[in-house]
Design a protein around this ligand. Structure first.
Ligand code: VG1
Ligand code: CO
Length: 543
């Protein structure tokens, strides 16, 4: 088998976003596009010589083709070994675990997460470093630099590797180890949670529904929830990963997982419902008659995690992304532990987790995780919830109501304006930035602005800095609105508007969130001129 060196030249737009490089699948399939990026990753991390990598993805269209290319290029660049999930499948948290467990040089994760898949959909690739976490900005900058200087890439001339059976084969001088994608992950979960207690709860008649949304968590949820915990067959639905996620968006929110929400709101609903996203790192939590917002879920988990064996010692600290509601801050305060607010994206939690400063982390976008891996982890959150339900004997609704009575309720919602022309979205953000100094003291309806800034972050562990991470407007009554542009889209721009209001009045704890937030929603438009800039009267997606 020959190593060939292919001459190439830089391709524009290979700048990693919130979570790796995401593009239309057809863009990724263009000549040299994938190859340029893979070589730039290898060059950006200082080469592949003698290293072991984990390789896997969410099973979307082009997943297996891309993996074959990555394997040939890893071999051509001198890698010693690649560990690949059978049929190219690995959930993001399972990949993170393997990267750590096998002490590798990192991993290539192929996913565009919640973005739709298929030939007309989206594709993505990100590199995770040896700690198992998404490459931090210092590394993604080196990768981006490499994409702008690339002149050639190395690839092995060879046949495809058979990824369908568990085996170890040679590809040139490199070993390719095809592994069961579920086994190590399921074993890790057994070390963290009281499987016996959950099993008896289910045996006692507790019912659940898990929607895998035709994405990668299907095999994981079937093995863990049905086989190991005894949930009846059919508890996991849409469990077979499909290349285009059954034509839907594998985004676990009340819009894209509506059938599940409807089922949980019905009279004869199961006790518990959950869904996960394309690559298995996010979660949506529901109880009979109740949807738990991700920010509330993070707060509840932080308050009750000690009920699970893996967290019985208590939490060292917690961290949330800045736009995530401050519900978890109140729990941290009550427990006397540190609470960090980071920019959006899991890559900013890595240093805190590595340094032992945070045990639990979460984002408003339905990502929750802990120091067991270095990614958010959808099924982990589901299992922690199940463990808490089993240990407390309470329902989801009862747990949330008790939580709000104890800590107050942070009403919260995110409004997304999708596919806005990039120029218009940029103009809106520029105008907002320009208006920041004059905002304090201004009133919008009954709300008076107390502070406003453009969020900047200095990592408390390594001192690295990130600026322009979202515009925050705080009001005197403790309410807040945050504006930022998405870094995971592939066309135009998505404006995200995050709305929050804190409430402690006993008789105002059970309102409809959109109603509770009405004054903030109109102030948000008043401050940013959303309608004027974008021409949109209503958001496309409300979560
Ligand atoms: C979104 C979410 C962010 C999350 C990121 C990756 O980013 O808001 O919280 O970390 O997706 O998650 P953005 O830049 O579009 O707001 V995943 O599950 O897509 O890897
Ligand atoms: Co995801």
């Amino acid at each position: 088998m020959d190593v060939i060196t292919v001459e190439t030249s830089p391709i524009e737009g290979q700048k990693p976003g919130t979570s790796g490089l995401r593009k239309k699948t057809r863009v990724f399939m263009q000549a040299h596009f994938l190859e340029n990026y893979v070589q730039s990753i290898i060059d950006g991390i200082g080469g592949a010589e003698g290293k072991t990598f984990v390789v896997g993805g969410d099973g979307r269209y082009f997943n297996e083709r891309a993996i074959q290319v990555i394997l040939r290029m890893a071999a051509a660049n001198g890698a010693a070994r690649c560990i690949v999930g059978r049929n190219g499948l690995l959930s993001t948290p399972a990949a993170s675990h393997l990267i750590r467990k096998r002490e590798t040089g990192g991993g290539f994760i192929l996913s565009a997460s919640h973005n739709p898949g298929g030939e007309e959909g989206d594709f993505g690739l990100k590199f995770n470093t040896p700690n198992g976490g998404p490459a931090p900005e210092g590394v993604t900058e080196k990768i981006y630099d490499a994409t702008r200087k690339i002149e050639a890439y190395k690839i092995l001339e060879s046949q495809d590797v058979d990824l369908s059976s568990l085996a170890e084969v040679q590809l040139g001088d490199m070993a390719v180890e095809v592994i069961d994608p579920v086994e190590d992950y399921a074993a890790l979960m057994e070390t963290l949670f009281d499987f016996d207690a959950i099993r008896s709860m289910i045996k006692g008649g507790f019912t659940l529904r898990f929607d895998a949304m035709h994405a990668v968590t299907g095999p994981y949820a079937t093995e863990i929830l049905e086989k190991r915990l005894g949930a009846p067959a059919g508890s996991v639905i849409n469990a077979v990963p499909s290349k285009d996620f059954g034509g839907g968006h594998p985004d676990p929110n009340p819009i894209w997982a509506k059938p599940l929400v409807d089922e949980l709101m019905a009279e004869d609903a199961p006790d518990f419902g959950a869904a996960s996203d394309g690559d298995g790192d996010r979660n949506m939590i529901l109880g009979r008659g109740i949807y738990v917002t991700p920010s509330d879920s993070l707060a509840l988990l932080a308050a009750q995690a000690h009920l699970a064996p893996g967290y019985a010692q208590g939490l060292k600290g917690v961290a949330r992304s800045m736009p995530t509601s401050r519900a978890v801050d109140r729990v941290a305060e009550a427990k006397g532990i540190e609470c960090f607010a980071t920019p959006t994206g899991w890559k900013f939690f890595g240093t805190l987790l590595d340094a032992g400063r945070a045990t639990l982390c979460g984002e408003e976008s339905a990502g929750t995780g802990s120091d067991h891996v270095r990614e958010k982890d959808g099924l982990w959150a589901v299992l922690l919830w199940l463990n808490i339900l089993a240990a407390s004997g309470k329902s989801v609704q009862a747990l949330m109501e008790a939580h709000w009575r104890e800590y107050g309720r942070n009403y919260y919602s995110r409004h997304d304006y999708e596919d806005v022309e990039a120029e218009k979205a940029g103009a809106l953000m520029d105008a907002l930035r320009g208006a920041l100094p004059d905002l304090p003291g201004k009133t919008f309806g009954a709300l008076t602005v107390s502070e406003a800034d453009d969020f900047a972050y200095e990592d408390p562990i390594d001192g690295s800095k990130a600026s322009a991470q979202g515009i925050r407007v705080m009001f005197e009554d403790g309410s807040r609105v945050v504006y930022r542009l998405s870094g995971t889209g592939t066309v135009g721009a998505t404006l995200r508007v995050y709305l929050e209001r804190y409430e402690t009045q006993e008789d105002a704890l059970m309102l409809d969130p959109q109603e509770a937030l009405t004054p903030i929603i109109s102030a948000a438009d008043g401050i940013a001129g959303i309608r004027a800039h974008t021409g949109r009267g209503e958001p496309d997606v409300i979560t």
